[in-house]
Design a protein around this ligand. Structure first.
Ligand SMILES: Cc1cc2nc3c(=O)[nH]c(=O)nc-3n(C[C@H](O)[C@H](O)[C@H](O)COP(=O)(O)OP(=O)(O)OC[C@H]3O[C@@H](n4cnc5c(N)ncnc54)[C@H](O)[C@@H]3O)c2cc1C
Length: 380
């Protein structure tokens, strides 16, 4: 029997877990031996809240996490091409969430209405008045069953004060640590291995691997395009019947993400580039809660007209100028001449969950291309 091809995946956040599981799922002939090597692994949210700043560089626990469609204007630019690619990743992920939810109700996925409100919509939103644009973006694909609709205040739709445009569609939220633990369990039960280790560089794994996949979130400090975007949110016990996102004219955001599975509801949130502060600010919490209640007062109903605060949350979105790094590098271990492939998949910013299964498919395609095998089922 030929020796197995050894794949080491660095990272057990949403990116590494999805990539590692997808690699095994596409390995129908059992040729790969896949190992996840990471400093941090999924754990119940309740234990992470004991000392949250100890896990601040592990972003996945601190996400909402919901799916919303991030739009763009097709102007032929590089940014538009990257946005289009990410949209196809998000569509792939949506389909995956649907089938996973149907097959594994315990996976931590909830489908619910998504509502978006904008005070000052840009052309990427106003272009949606044209039905052909909605169709080009797959918002009416039958299998997705989104029920996508631009809100019409002249009919029965009510927009909150200050909002001039809105839309609604069916979408998904996950309870992050329930979903990540589910992925890890699926990975191990499919034959995957796990190793806890703090690495200085992904190249450390080259001597024991045929190929390395770098899903380290923030990278290893050698990529000048990486920066963090701090997010402060507040986890409340209130339930919410929709995931609601409001973009204000001053660039600030207000949103709810019901986590499901007894995980409460995230009320957010800030987006602060290069802010390394680990401590939540009480004044920010008060602003976030007041703003969201003004937009969607229904959120207070389940707790007698008040918010019932469970915890403040601070996370660092692993952001990268120009978009995530998704490419193959040829590298040698220290003191070695022979080079091996390293697939980089990090810097997913604020969309790690939304695009996770699509990114995993792209990683699988790069791995199969670089081990001299035709991609079995991998597709971009
Ligand atoms: C407040 C907030 C709200 C968010 N809401 C959403 C949302 O609604 N939807 C959405 O899609 N996204 C959301 N995000 C973004 C999302 O959380 C991230 O995009 C995602 O978690 C990044 O996952 P990752 O696996 O790439 O990185 P991480 O989760 O950071 O995982 C990195 C992994 O690499 C390992 N690692 C790193 N360095 C080393 C090393 N030196 N040695 C060994 N292992 C290492 C870590 O231990 C970890 O296992 C939100 C983020 C924040 C902060």
């Amino acid at each position: 029997m030929p020796a197995k091809i050894r794949v080491s995946v660095v990272g057990a956040g949403i990116t590494g877990l999805s990539a590692a599981l997808r690699l095994l799922e596409e390995d129908t002939e059992g040729r790969l031996e896949v190992t996840i090597v990471a400093r941090d692994f999924p754990a119940p949210a309740e234990t992470l809240f004991i000392d949250p700043s100890a896990h601040i560089n592990y972003t996945s626990p601190w996400a909402g996490a919901h799916n919303r469609w991030v739009l763009w204007v097709a102007d032929g630019s590089e940014a538009a091409a990257a946005a289009e690619r990410d949209h196809s990743f998000a569509l792939d992920t949506f389909r995956h969430m649907q089938t996973t939810h149907a097959r594994f109700p315990e996976a931590g996925i909830t489908f619910l209405p998504g509502i978006e409100y904008l005070e000052k919509p840009g052309p990427e939103y106003t272009q949606l008045k044209d039905l052909s644009v909605q169709k080009r973006l797959h918002l009416h694909d039958k299998d997705l069953d989104l029920g996508f609709r631009v809100l019409d205040p002249s009919a029965s739709d009510r927009l909150p004060a200050g909002v001039t445009w809105g839309c609604t569609y069916r979408t998904w939220c996950v309870n992050p640590m329930v979903y990540c633990s589910f992925l890890l369990r699926r990975f191990v039960s499919a034959g995957g291995r796990v190793l806890k280790k703090d690495l200085r560089t992904p190249h450390e794994l080259l001597p024991v691997s045929d190929i390395v996949v770098n899903c380290s979130g923030h990278g290893f400090g050698d990529d000048p395009s990486i920066f963090i975007t701090r997010g402060q949110t507040c986890l409340v016990r209130n339930t919410c019947d929709a995931t609601v996102t409001r973009q204000n004219a001053d660039g600030s955001w207000s949103f709810s993400v019901p986590r499901g599975f007894d995980g409460g509801t995230i009320i957010g949130g800030t987006k602060e580039p290069d802010n390394w502060d680990t401590k939540p600010l009480l004044s920010t919490r008060e602003t976030l809660l007041a703003n969201f209640a003004a937009t969607y007062p229904q959120v207070l109903e389940s707790k007698g007209g008040k918010f019932d605060v469970l915890a403040d949350v601070v996370g660092r979105r692993p952001t990268r100028r120009g978009g995530m790094r998704l490419e193959v590098e040829s590298a040698a271990a220290a003191g070695e001449k022979a080079k091996k492939p390293v697939v980089h998949a990090y810097g997913v910013g604020g969309r790690g969950y939304e695009i996770s299964w699509g990114v995993a498919g792209a990683v699988a395609k790069l791995v199969y291309q670089n081990i001299g095998e035709p991609s079995v089922k991998a597709r971009l």
